[in-house]
Each structure stands twice: as structure tokens, then as C-alpha cells.
Design a binder for this molecule. Structure first.
Ligand SMILES: Cc1cc2nc3c(=O)[nH]c(=O)nc-3n(C[C@H](O)[C@H](O)[C@H](O)COP(=O)(O)OP(=O)(O)OC[C@H]3O[C@@H](n4cnc5c(N)ncnc54)[C@H](O)[C@@H]3O)c2cc1C
Length: 396
């Protein structure tokens, strides 16, 4: 480590400069400027290679305003296309590209970020680097993200996708994002194409699959995207960037391998299980959590653990309902019939759908979603209702 890095005690070390670690470090730098915070990232940039999208109502107005400098694109409304209907929703939709995340957050944090430093292990007060050196802090937060190998495979489904940032030979004519175009082969589970129009001829096109296997044949999916675009009369001129994701869609509260559950550390972000259980998305939750934690008066391991526990308990009802929907999807319905579940869901009122994305469904909403003739086998649906586990028991 360079001489500039010889200080060896911080109030707080955050390990992992991805979405949750970066947002938390930025929020803390604003709320507690004198707190000595260090963000340690193994890559040479913050945020990896992602496009993070979210809806206007996913976070409260002050948080939305706070996120504004990161936003790479925003649109009034979005579309969904199902076999039986098309629908336009009116709420605003936002996307953040990780390059703008990196530029903005890194400039805010300055010397408080260390790049290209890989952490071997950590405890609540100590970090061991791959070089063998040790760093000490009042508290250490683990924001290293989740790896597929850390999941209990029979307790999760997956949302997998390949996204291509493209330039087309002709204007695409899209005025707003197309969140789901499901008019595709559905035999392998719920599948949709996702389009974000950046400019007249540029867009992000993502082919997404929801099923029980984490496998994704990237070259085949790339070709599927090209085929879909050709079908719409568009020619790819240039591929600027590619992103690949495989997100856990938990069916049960305990979905992390016991080794990870037993690991010491104060886990946040995906690693703490803090993401929308049905979509696998975590941007709104990472922003809300950064605001929540930054309200602490002191940052000892015990006060952070208490806050994590409180946050997990307060959000459990919504998480538990999401896991029920996931069990219905993966356990009670045939792969090819799953599109029917989403087709039925997107007929609900815009208010209900907003609350669903925001993780704020009312009891009435929950009843409405499950009422009517379900596109699932009743015999297989009934056992799905049984789940005695609590999220905080397994993960925090
Ligand atoms: C391609 C893709 C697109 C997505 N799109 C969306 C979206 O549109 N909307 C949304 O809400 N969610 C989206 N998600 C889901 C989720 O929001 C992201 O995965 C998000 O980045 C998770 O945040 P995180 O902070 O938990 O983990 P990450 O952002 O993955 O951050 C973990 C960080 O820790 C670092 N790290 C790991 N190990 C070490 C180590 N040993 N030492 C030092 N550093 C380490 C990594 O380099 C990384 O920077 C997407 C996910 C992917 C993969």
C-alpha cells in the first residue's frame, strides 16, 4: 500500500464499491462528513458493469432527488406487451449506467475509496487483504455482492439476462422503455425482451429468462436479441457494451449457504439479501437502506447489527409475500404457463403495480393478486402457502 494509505484505523470500512457500498459511502460522506469512512473495491472502478433501472415511486421523493445526479436516462411512462394485450403505464422510469455511477460517486468520495484492493476475509472490526495486510476499523460492513455459488440452489429460482447496448442502422421509434415484450417462445419459463431507448438509434436490448436453472448460453442469447431486433425491422450497426446477469429469486427465507450465513460480518446489499424478491432488483432498496443507516448516531458493530435487524424485521412482510409469489411461479406452475401469471398481474391498477415494485403492497393488494382463477395447479399451489421461516433468522 502506498504511503498515502498508511493510516490504519477508520471509523467504518465498507468492503465492496458496488451499488450498495457506493451509495452508503456517499450518503455517509454527506450526513457524517467527519466520520472516517473507507470504501475498498477490488476493481479499478465503482459499480461494475450494469444498467440499474427503477420506477419513480420505488423510493421516497427526497431519495429520488438525491439519486438525480446519477441518472443516465429518464422517461415518462413505460409499456408492457403480453400475448393478450398491450398496456402503457404512466409513472416515470429511470436508468443509471454504472459509468456515470462511478464518475459521480468516486468524485464525491475522493481519497476515501481505495481501488484495486482485494479483501480476503473480514470480521466486524478487521479486514484482511489478499496481500496479508490487515486494516482495523470501529466497524466493517460487507457489501461484496452475492455469488451464485453462495446460494442454496433448491431454494431459489433465477432471473438471467444478456443486455446489449446497441446502435441501430435506423431509428427505432420507441418513445419510452418497453419493460416486457413477452411475445416470444415461453416454453422454457417466463421470458421477455426489455428495451431501453437511449437515443433515436441507440438502445439497451435485454433478453430475460425466469427459470430454475442458473445456466445461460450467452452467444445463443446474443443471437436471440439480434433475431428479435431483425423481426422488428431493425439492423444492429454497433454493439457498444454487453452486460450479463443472473439474479437470485428466493423462494424461502434461508437461501444462502450455511457457510455464508455463519460468516462474521455486517452484510448489506445483495449479500445481506436486501433486494426485491420477485424482480431480483436492488437499487431502490440500496438507496433506502443507505438513508436508513446514515441516520445512526454511532457506527459500532452492535448498533449497525441492531439497525440491520430492525430493517430486516420491518421489511419481512413484503419479502415473505414476494417469496410466496416465487414459490407459486417456480413450484406451482408449468414453465410455459408462467407468462399467464404475469399477464394476469399486469392487468391490476397502476397504483397496485407501483406498490408492488416499491415493496409496499397493502393487505388488500396481496389478496387481489392471489384472487381469481390462478394460472397454476391448485394441488401444487396449496403447499406453497406454508413458510415458517423468517428472513432475519437466515440472513442477517
Ligand atoms: C447486469 C445486471 C443488471 C442489473 N440491473 C438492475 C436494475 O436494472 N435495477 C436494479 O435495481 N437492480 C439490477 N440488478 C441487480 C442488483 O441491483 C445489482 O446486482 C447490484 O449491483 C447489486 O449491488 P451490491 O452492492 O449488492 O453488489 P455489487 O454491485 O455486485 O457490488 C459488489 C462489489 O464488491 C466488490 N467485491 C467483491 N468481492 C470483493 C473483495 N473480495 N474485495 C474487494 N471488493 C470486492 C465487487 O468488485 C463489486 O464492485 C442488476 C444486476 C446485474 C448483474
Amino acid at each position: 500500500l502506498s504511503a498515502a494509505k498508511t493510516q490504519n484505523h477508520w471509523d467504518l470500512i465498507i468492503v465492496g464499491g458496488g451499488l450498495s457500498g457506493g451509495l452508503l459511502a456517499w450518503r455517509l460522506s454527506e450526513r457524517h462528513p467527519s466520520l472516517r469512512v473507507l470504501l475498498v473495491e477490488r476493481a479499478d472502478r465503482l459499480g461494475g458493469n450494469h444498467t440499474w433501472s427503477f420506477h419513480e415511486h420505488d423510493v421516497q421523493a427526497p431519495i429520488l432527488e438525491w439519486l438525480a445526479p446519477l441518472v443516465s436516462g429518464s422517461w415518462q411512462g413505460y409499456d408492457v406487451h403480453f400475448p393478450a394485450y398491450e398496456r402503457v403505464f404512466s409513472s416515470e422510469y429511470f436508468s443509471i449506467r454504472s459509468d456515470s455511477f462511478h464518475q459521480f460517486v468516486a468524485s464525491k468520495l475522493g481519497a476515501r475509496v481505495w481501488f484495486q484492493i482485494s479483501v480476503r476475509s473480514l470480521s466486524e472490526t478487521e479486514v484482511e487483504l489478499e496481500t496479508g495486510e490487515r486494516l482495523h476499523a470501529g466497524a466493517v460492513i460487507d457489501a461484496r455482492g452475492l455469488k451464485r455459488e453462495e446460494l442454496l440452489e433448491d431454494r431459489v429460482g433465477y432471473q438471467k439476462f444478456v443486455g446489449l447496448d446497441l446502435q441501430l442502422a435506423e431509428p427505432h421509434g420507441l418513445r419510452r422503455p418497453l419493460l416486457m415484450d413477452t411475445r416470444l417462445d415461453q416454453s422454457d419459463g417466463y421470458r421477455f425482451m426489455y428495451l431501453i431507448p437511449w437515443g433515436e438509434r441507440t438502445l439497451l436490448a435485454e433478453d430475460t429468462y425466469y427459470n430454475e436453472s442458473p445456466k445461460l448460453d450467452v452467444p445463443v442469447v446474443r443471437e436471440e436479441i439480434a433475431r428479435y431486433l431483425r423481426g422488428r425491422g431493425w439492423t444492429i450497426e454497433l454493439v457498444h457494451r454487453e452486460e450479463v446477469g443472473c439474479l437470485a429469486i428466493p423462494m424461502y427465507a434461508r437461501f444462502l449457504k450455511p457457510e455464508l450465513q455463519r460468516e462474521p460480518g455486517l452484510r448489506i446489499g445483495m449479500r445481506g439479501g436486501f433486494f426485491h424478491p420477485v424482480t431480483g432488483y436492488s437499487l431502490p432498496e440500496a438507496a433506502r437502506f443507505a438513508w436508513f443507516l446514515a441516520e445512526l448516531k454511532e457506527f459500532s458493530p452492535s448498533s449497525i447489527r441492531k439497525a440491520l435487524d430492525q430493517y430486516a424485521r420491518e421489511t419481512e412482510a413484503s419479502r415473505s409475500y414476494g417469496r410466496l409469489l416465487n414459490r407459486m411461479l417456480f413450484r406451482a406452475s408449468e414453465a410455459a404457463a408462467r407468462v399467464g401469471i404475469f399477464q394476469k398481474f399486469y392487468r391490476h391498477s397502476e397504483g397496485l403495480i407501483r406498490r408492488f415494485y416499491a415493496g409496499r403492497l397493502t393487505w388488500m393488494d396481496r389478496v387481489k393478486i392471489l384472487s381469481g382463477k390462478p394460472p397454476v395447479a391448485i394441488r401444487r399451489a396449496i403447499p406453497c402457502f406454508v413458510d415458517r421461516e423468517k428472513f432475519w433468522e437466515g440472513n442477517t
